[in-house]
Design a protein around this ligand. Structure first.
Ligand SMILES: Nc1ncnc2c1ncn2[C@@H]1O[C@H](COP(=O)(O)OP(=O)(O)OP(=O)(O)O)[C@@H](O)[C@H]1O
Ligand SMILES: [Mg+2]
Length: 287
């Protein structure tokens, strides 16, 4: 049974007003337990609106969201359960941090779940470890943290609930390359250790190429592509048409193929392209 299923999901903001906006239209998809999904689309394509339906934060204009076969909007209690099962890290971490200390912030979710003090403590420490936050920061106010630490805190606060599905809305935006890689590694480690489904929203094809098993491409509130990265990147023209590109490694691989070099399909990360070039050099007898 799939963990998450949406059926003809649509959402309209400000219906009946001059500001009416059809943010997502008729979205149907299934995401099986444990999959690592990358969600991409240019600004305003409906990514944040879509994911906020997955934990019941937004309710659909029409359509359904199912978690393990149960419609999460069929009762108040089920919608509340979805908040704990599907953990959502917001696009702007400041919207998520509001307690006096970092420790209290990380404990907020588990406390709401009515867990014991010991269990809360264990979860807070584990979540901080996964998000790469030192325990020395526990007594600080979240307001005193750096931009990167705030991102990590927002991620840790959600991980502390040990959600079956972790949804992250542009968790690396505004970070330098080292900080970005670090956070991606933390998310990868969490996915591997927990077996949770992960849905990562990003503007960067290079980032998603590194980490996602499946890519879902949004354009103007609809899904226009859905498949494994190596298949999606074959449609570079279509991706360019909707204002997205392919990863740089994929672009270079394509150019090398045009030059007649035998670069295999599916080279879309720097490391796979490097391996392909090294193998060509070996074949040519160049060390
Ligand atoms: N609270 C809101 N009220 C009214 N319209 C909104 C609201 N939030 C989003 N919209 C509109 O809905 C559409 C989809 O927005 P959404 O934020 O879901 O896109 P996004 O893909 O997450 O964009 P970004 O990449 O910039 O984060 C846009 O046209 C946006 O202007
Ligand atoms: Mg967004």
């Amino acid at each position: 049974m799939p963990t998450i299923k949406t059926e003809a999901l649509s959402h309209i903001y400000g219906q009946g007003t001059p500001f009416e906006s059809h943010a997502i239209n008729n979205i149907s998809l299934e995401i099986p337990q444990g999959q690592f999904v990358g969600l991409i689309g240019h600004t305003g394509s409906g990514k944040s609106t879509f994911i906020q339906h997955l934990n019941g934060l937004l309710q659909p204009e029409s359509g359904h969201v199912y978690f393990d076969g149960v419609d999460i909007n069929s009762s108040k209690q089920l919608r509340r359960n979805a908040r704990f099962q599907v953990g959502l890290v917001f696009q702007y971490p400041e919207h998520q941090l509001f307690e006096e200390t970092l420790y209290k912030d990380l404990a907020f979710g588990p406390r709401n779940m009515k867990l014991s003090k010991d269990e809360i403590d264990e979860r807070v420490r584990e979540a901080a470890r996964f998000a790469g936050l030192s325990e020395e920061l526990f007594s600080k106010s979240p307001l005193e943290l750096s931009g990167g630490q705030k991102r990590r805190a927002a991620i840790a606060g959600v991980i502390a609930m040990r959600p079956q599905v972790l949804v992250l809305d542009e968790p690396t935006a505004g970070l330098d390359p080292a900080g970005r890689n670090d956070i991606l590694e933390n998310i990868r480690a969490y996915h591997k250790a927990s077996g949770a489904t992960v849905i990562l929203v990003s503007h960067s094809m290079d980032e998603l190429a590194q980490i996602a098993q499946r890519l879902i491409v949004f354009d103007e509130g609809s899904i226009v592509m859905d498949g494994p990265p190596e298949k999606v990147f074959l449609h570079s023209e279509k991706l360019c048409e909707i204002g997205l590109g392919v990863p740089l490694a994929s672009e270079i691989a394509l150019e090398l193929q045009k030059l007649g070099l035998n670069i295999p399909e599916g080279c879309y990360t720097v490391s796979s392209l490097r391996d392909a070039i090294l193998s060509l050099r070996r074949e040519a007898g160049v060390c």
